[in-house]
Design a protein around this ligand. Structure first.
Ligand SMILES: [Zn+2]
Length: 196
């Protein structure tokens, strides 16, 4: 039953996120940011969920050294990672669908860090995204719970069928002539209607 609940929870999250404004959740370290971004309908896509990986990308050795120095200085004594989220941002980048509805790309923002900090001139930002429409994710995420649920239903149906026909629960052999132990597989007879 927990698999069915998980599947319904995933669907509910997708439906709710599709109705709200653009929302995003980020896990950050001093070297990269990993985020889940939800785009509502009304943007360039149908409701869309994507995973993004953002990291600084120095364009040369000098910029790389400057970036490492900056990180070492700023991160000293601070937490190695952080979490933040935001909703309703006015802009967002979602890649165009490429294969079977999935889309991905990497957008390079030249001198993104250098614009704010002259000491980081030449440090670009690489923003990679991988996404798909919400209903794609819904199918992918609910496939396993649905298969599990199907197995439970099939198992229950087979059990009910064998019980109602006085057959062995483990192998299906006809037990009307052998009330104690199954002659086919040796399983003890448990439950089921008494043979008359
Ligand atoms: Zn049997």
């Amino acid at each position: 039953m927990h698999t069915l609940a998980a599947s319904l929870l995933v669907l509910a999250v997708l439906i709710l996120s599709a109705r709200g404004p653009l929302s995003e959740y980020w896990l950050s370290t001093w070297h990269w940011r990993f985020g889940i971004e939800s785009f509502p309908s009304g943007t360039s896509h149908s409701p869309w969920l994507q995973f993004s990986f953002v990291r600084p990308k120095p364009s040369n050795a000098t910029a790389a050294t400057a970036l490492e120095r900056y990180i070492a200085r700023e991160s000293a004594g601070k937490r190695r990672w952080g979490f933040d989220s935001s909703t309703g941002r006015g802009w967002g980048h979602a890649p165009e669908p490429k294969l079977l509805g999935f889309g991905w790309d990497t957008v390079a923002h030249a001198d993104w860090f250098g614009r704010a900090r002259p000491d980081l001139r030449g440090v670009n930002m690489a923003w990679s995204s991988f996404g798909a429409p919400n209903w794609y994710w819904a199918i992918l995420l609910s496939a396993y719970p649905l298969i599990r649920f199907g197995r439970i239903v099939r198992h229950g149906t087979v059990r009910w069928w064998r019980l109602s026909r006085t057959c062995c629960l483990s192998c299906g052999y006809d037990l009307r002539e052998s009330p104690g132990v199954c002659r086919e597989c040796g399983a003890l007879r448990t439950g089921g209607p008494a043979s008359s």
